[in-house]
Design a protein around this ligand. Structure first.
Ligand code: NAD
Length: 250
C-alpha cells in the first residue's frame, strides 16, 4: 500500500510535555490527531485549541496500562477518523526513587504504564497497520533506558530499556508488512516534568553537566518523531535516535 495523503496519528500521553509538542507538530504537519491521555480533560482542551470542530483533533481519556482501554481507544479512533497510520507511544510515569526503596507495587505500576502500555499498543495498532500494509510506530524511550539513568528511578530506566528491546522485536516482525517501528531516546529536556523533578534551582547545574551545555528542546523531539513517522522514512526501522546532548555516546 502506498502512503496515504491524509494521515491519522494516535499519540499516547499527548496532553502534556513532550507528547503535547508531538501532537502540535503532527497537527501542524497536516495529521489528524487522536490525543490519548490519562488526563482526559487536558487532552480535550488541547484538541479544542487545535480544532474546535473536532474534525482534526480529538481527546480520548485512556489509561494505557489497561489493555481493554487501549482496545477501546483503537475502536473509537477508527470510528471517529476511519483510519490510523501513525502511533506514538509517549505516555510514561517517572517515579524518582532510590533503587532499594522501590516497592513491588510501584515497580508493577511503572512497568505497566511505561512498558506494557507501549507493548500492548504496538500489538493492537501494529496488527491493524500490518493488515493495511502501511504504518509508522514511534516509541519514546529515554537515555535512562540506555545508560541506567541517575535520578529517574531504576524501574523507570528498566522500563525504557525494555521499550528499546520491544522496538527491535516489533520492527523485525512488522518490517515486511509496511510498518516501521522506531524509538526516540531523549536525554533531559526543557520540559515541565524535568523542571519539577530536578527543581528550578538545579536546572542550570543540570544543563552544565550536559556536554552541549543545555537541556533538550521538546519541539526538536517532535521533529524527530515527525520525520520517523513520515512516509519517506520507509527504510528506517528498529532504530533508536538519540537526543541526549552528548551525555551518552555509542
Ligand atoms: N522530559 C524529559 O526530559 C524526558 C527525557 C527522557 C524521556 N522522556 C520520555 O518522554 C515521554 C514524555 O515525557 P514528559 O516529560 O513529557 O512527561 P509528562 O509527565 O510531562 O507527560 C506524560 C503524559 O503521559 C500521561 N500519562 C501518564 N500515565 C498515563 C497512563 N497510564 N495512560 C495514559 N497517559 C498517561 C500524563 O497524563 C501526561 O500527559 C515519556 O515517555 C518520558 O519517559 C522524557
Amino acid at each position: 500500500m502506498t502512503a496515504p495523503a491524509r494521515q491519522v496519528a494516535v499519540v499516547t500521553g499527548g496532553a502534556n510535555g513532550l507528547g503535547e509538542a508531538i501532537v502540535r507538530r503532527l497537527h501542524t504537519g497536516g495529521c489528524q490527531v487522536a490525543i490519548a491521555d490519562l488526563d482526559g480533560s487536558a487532552a480535550d482542551s488541547l484538541a479544542e485549541e487545535l480544532d474546535g470542530s473536532g474534525a482534526t483533533a480529538k481527546g480520548y481519556p485512556v489509561d494505557v496500562s489497561v489493555p481493554a482501554e487501549l482496545a477501546g481507544l483503537r475502536t473509537e479512533v477508527l470510528d471517529d477518523f476511519g483510519e490510523v497510520h501513525i502511533l506514538v507511544n509517549n505516555a510514561a510515569l517517572t517515579r524518582a526513587r532510590p533503587l532499594l526503596e522501590i516497592t513491588a507495587e510501584e515497580l508493577e505500576t511503572v512497568m505497566a504504564v511505561n512498558f506494557s502500555g507501549t507493548f500492548h499498543a504496538c500489538q493492537l495498532f501494529g496488527s491493524y497497520l500490518a493488515e493495511r500494509g502501511y504504518g509508522r510506530i514511534v516509541n519514546i524511550a529515554s537515555l535512562a533506558g540506555q545508560n541506567g539513568g541517575t535520578t529517574t528511578g531504576g524501574h523507570y530506566a528498566s522500563s525504557k530499556g525494555a521499550i528499546l528491546t520491544a522496538t527491535k522485536v516489533f520492527a523485525r516482525e512488522l518490517a515486511a508488512r509496511g510498518v516501521t517501528v522506531n524509538a526516540v531516546s531523549p536525554g533531559p529536556q526543557d520540559s515541565p516534568a524535568v523542571h519539577s523533578i530536578v527543581g528550578e534551582d538545579n536546572l542550570d547545574a543540570l544543563a552544565r553537566n550536559i556536554p552541549v551545555g543545555r537541556l533538550g528542546d521538546p519541539a526538536f523531539i517532535a521533529e524527530m518523531v515527525a520525520l520517523l513517522a513520515s512516509p519517506g522514512a520507509a527504510s528506517v526501522t528498529g532504530a533508536c535516535w538519540d537526543a541526549n546532548g552528548g551525555l551518552y555516546l555509542r
